[in-house]
Design a protein around this ligand. Structure first.
Ligand SMILES: Cc1cc2nc3c(=O)[nH]c(=O)nc-3n(C[C@H](O)[C@H](O)[C@H](O)COP(=O)(O)OP(=O)(O)OC[C@H]3O[C@@H](n4cnc5c(N)ncnc54)[C@H](O)[C@@H]3O)c2cc1C
Length: 278
């Protein structure tokens, strides 16, 4: 074994970076990314983060209800409650850590509307919120003395051993082996298993596979979210996402005859939840 850490975090998207920042500095952490630190779905997120910061015009109850409606009431209620009630303090925390959100003249955060939300509650940085979050968190994480960052390093095996895990990594053609007491899988989604996707090249579900091989039960694998709008380029060029916030700000969907059609299927029209619009 090359070295032992208290915690190994696999993934440097918003989840992995933010987790690293929340451990006490006495905890020795290895943070691993299979490509460059910035290459993740987190960096691609455009529209922003949904959170209730204004309890006069909005409420946790409304945000919970909107989330349950969008999830067709199949959501795990305790997870939705946690997301809605803890999210705002996390957003304020990452703002304090230096993430640059768009602000109104009075210093409050600008909020826009997105499909499925009954209130303007999406805080953002222009149309590149994810990049602003990742850049801000990377700047902080790389200053921490207790965090060792290992990029362009593919975790290819995780084995359970006494008192922890044995992590095998391929980096520049070399095999590295690290031990840890705890391993946190923050490896993101699986969008890249589909032919057409706006997901980053790294989104191949590695963490789900590792968890499964370590004995975790995996559920709801069929619940994949399809984003309705992407830029369809010819000649094999990567598709990129046209943010929902564009519809929130008034853009409409037209068919090949130039006619609006979304409200033929749902009274919420272009602002119905993603599964309906897709
Ligand atoms: C185009 C697009 C737009 C989006 N817009 C929004 C939005 O506006 N608002 C919103 O809330 N959400 C949005 N999302 C969703 C959001 O970006 C993701 O839910 C979120 O960023 C996931 O963060 P994550 O840290 O879990 O994973 P990711 O950001 O995908 O990070 C995964 C990390 O795991 C690493 N990794 C994976 N496998 C391995 C391995 N085997 N070895 C080593 N490292 C590995 C990767 O290198 C990467 O660092 C959008 C997603 C996309 C694709």
């Amino acid at each position: 074994m090359d070295k032992k850490f208290d915690v190994i975090i696999v993934g440097t998207g918003a989840a992995g970076l933010y987790a690293a920042l929340n451990f006490p500095e006495s905890v020795n952490i290895l943070l691993v990314s299979k490509r460059e630190l910035q290459l993740s779905n987190s960096s691609l997120a455009q529209g922003g983060v949904a959170c209730v910061l204004d309890t006069v015009h909005d409420s946790y109850k409304l945000h919970i209800t909107d989330t349950l409606i969008a999830g067709k009431y199949k959501n795990t209620l305790s997870a939705v409650e946690k997301l809605v009630t803890e999210g705002p303090s996390d957003v304020l925390k990452i703002k304090d850590l230096g993430v640059d959100f768009d602000l109104n003249e009075d210093g409050t955060m600008c909020k826009t509307l997105e499909a499925g939300h009954s209130r303007n509650r999406i805080v953002h940085h222009k149309d590149s919120t994810g990049k602003a979050i990742v850049d801000g968190l990377i700047a902080k994480v790389t200053q921490l003395k207790n965090v060792t960052v290992c990029d362009n390093a593919l975790v290819y095996a995780i084995d359970k051993v006494l008192n922890g895990f044995y992590i095998s990594i391929l980096r520049n053609g070399e095999k590295l082996h690290y031990g840890c007491n705890y391993c946190l899988l923050a490896t993101g989604g699986i969008g890249r298993v589909y032919k057409y996707t706006t997901n980053s090249a790294i989104a191949t579900g590695d963490g789900i596979a590792f968890a499964y091989m370590l004995g975790a039960r995996i559920k709801n694998l069929s619940r994949i979210q399809f984003h309705p709008t992407a830029f369809a380029a010819d000649h094999g060029r990567e598709r990129f996402l046209i943010s929902e916030a564009v519809r929130g700000e008034g853009a409409v969907l037209l068919n090949c005859n130039g006619e609006r059609f979304a409200s033929n299927y749902d009274s919420r029209g272009e602002l119905a939840p993603r599964d309906v619009v897709s």
